[in-house]
Write a protein that binds this ligand. Structure first.
Ligand code: SAM
Length: 232
């Protein structure tokens, strides 16, 4: 992968960035995503934010190598601290991290989101944390995608400002993904459900403490909730 040819996963994230927007890509190891979007002419200005020195330096090098220093500013910063009010950022991408980390970056940077119209997230695991953050903070889901690359399944959740109500099942599996019910979606929830069943079976002989009973109950509830999707 490089900024001329993105991975399938990052290309899908890029497809949700709208033409002519000003982007902040947070956790921008190598700055592949902003470099690609500027190169193809979809955007003309971006911030690449990185908290770790090594990836930050890779991002700087890559932006220089591509001759894009006029268009892309690379900043070493924690989360949304990379965004300055004068940047006029209206789109944020956060990809390739766990859902809880993405949600915590959004929570901690709430004051940086006033001018932002669209957030494109790609959680590697626990996407539900992002849906929970969204409904608690005045954002709604406007699109979702599920895809597979190198045997790994990834979800993309696109948020815009607004209110929406979601059922427990929609919060867990995603309202748009549930509606679409693609083969990859079924495969993902089969995998998750089988893992929950495996853990539940291993807990059957683990004794009868309050915690173990609670854990069993939670697993049974999740298996039942998602089971409906897999059988219909
Ligand atoms: N976004 C790229 C992608 O999807 O291919 C890189 C993903 S990489 C696995 C995650 C990157 O996020 C790492 O470079 C890590 O240093 C960075 N990161 C993690 N927490 C961060 C934070 N709080 N603020 C900025 N960057 C962060």
């Amino acid at each position: 992968m490089n900024s001329e040819k993105l991975s399938i996963r990052l290309a899908a994230v890029a497809s949700f960035v709208e033409q002519g927007t000003t982007l902040a890509d947070i956790g921008s190891d190598h700055a592949y995503l902003p470099c690609y979007l500027v190169k193809v002419g979809k955007i003309s200005k971006a911030i690449a934010g990185e908290v770790v020195k090594g990836p930050y330096e890779s991002a700087i090098k890559n932006v220089q190598k591509k001759g894009l220093t006029e268009s892309i500013t690379v900043r070493m910063a924690n989360g949304l601290d990379a965004i300055h009010a004068s940047d006029g950022v209206d789109t944020v991408t956060i990809a390739g991290m766990g859902g809880p980390l993405i949600a915590s970056i959004l929570r901690d940077g709430a004051d940086k989101l006033h001018s932002v119209k669209r957030i494109v997230t790609q959680p590697n695991i626990h996407a539900m944390s992002i849906r929970e953050w969204a409904v608690q903070n005045g954002w709604k889901i406007v699109d979702e995608q599920i895809l597979k690359e190198d045997h790994k399944i990834y979800e993309i959740i696109v948020l815009e400002k607004g209110q929406a109500d979601y059922s427990e099942l929609e919060m867990t599996v995603g309202p748009y993904l549930l509606e679409e019910k693609s083969e990859i979606f079924i495969e993902k929830w089969m995998r998750e459900s089988n893992e929950w069943k495996r853990v539940l079976a291993s807990l059957e002989t683990a004794g009868d403490t309050v915690e173990i009973n609670e854990k069993r109950e939670q697993l049974r509830e999740k298996i039942e909730l998602v089971g409906g999707v897999l059988t219909n």
